[in-house]
Design a protein around this ligand. Structure first.
Ligand code: PLP
Length: 235
């Protein structure tokens, strides 16, 4: 249905010969996010690149988590990987050393020269998260931020049309459409004049998208909401 919702966990049929299940916690393009994670009898792998450290997650429910840090945690070039010990032992393919997680575990992530400055930056952000109440506080803050923008969509009488079903809405990427592609282009252009940059949707689906990762403030979300209301009034 146009990737507008997150399916219910019990709607999956897991085939008998399944080795693992691979999921992505937040869909940056369509603006949907898993709010309750499913669990299965087979190992669960998750790409958390776009919502890692935006909320608490019980890591023990996953066998493998990886996340590029570039959205919520630091500059591009670092990936956090969390893998169960017994899974590491199961790798039986003849992989090049650099492509094996075991290599990084065995060498304390310094088998090669790591991007030290980027990792230092991740450390700074981790301290910032700690100093600001940790992930529980970050989730509350991200909920408040998203609500500011979704509320404008929901009270716009259809001027703004949210892409994701309400129960599946992402706290990270608010996706919506306006009546026509022309009006959307005008929205993006006028937003930029108000220093609201990058509200154009992903090139694969068009429309509009506000990405409101950890670094975006509540004031930033309010500025977008105010602009959206003014734009609706004007048009
Ligand atoms: C969930 C997810 N996985 C992977 C990627 C890709 O990351 P990279 O640009 O490092 O390839 C992104 C970024 O858009 C993402 O949101």
């Amino acid at each position: 249905d146009g990737f507008t919702y997150i399916p219910k966990a019990d709607s999956f049929v897991v085939k008998a010969d399944t080795d693992y299940i691979y999921m992505t916690s937040n869909n940056t393009i369509h603006g949907t996010e898993w709010h309750d994670f499913p669990s299965f009898d087979v190992p669960l792998f998750c790409d958390m690149s776009s919502d890692f450290l935006s909320r608490p997650v019980d890591v023990k429910n996953f066998d493998f988590i990886y996340a590029g840090v570039q959205k919520n945690v630091g500059p591009a070039g670092v990936v956090v990987a969390i893998i169960k010990d017994d899974l590491l032992k199961k790798v039986c393919r003849d992989l090049p050393l650099m492509l094996q997680y075991k290599t990084y575990v065995d060498h304390d992530s310094t088998y090669n020269t790591p991007p030290v400055f980027n990792i230092y930056f991740v450390n700074k952000v981790a301290h910032w998260l700690d100093d600001n109440g940790g992930l529980t506080a970050m989730l509350e803050r991200n909920k408040r931020k998203a609500a500011i923008v979704y509320d404008v969509i929901d009270s716009s009488d259809g001027f703004y049309r949210g892409h994701a079903r309400r129960d599946s809405r992402s706290l990270m990427n608010v996706t919506f459409n306006l009546a026509t592609p022309e009006l959307e282009a005008q929205f993006v252009a006028e937003a930029a004049e108000h220093d609201l940059i990058g509200v154009k949707g992903h090139r694969s689906i068009g429309g509009c998208r506000a990405s409101i990762y950890n670094a975006v403030t509540e004031e930033g979300c309010q500025a977008l909401a105010d602009f959206m209301k003014a734009f609706q009034k004007k048009h």
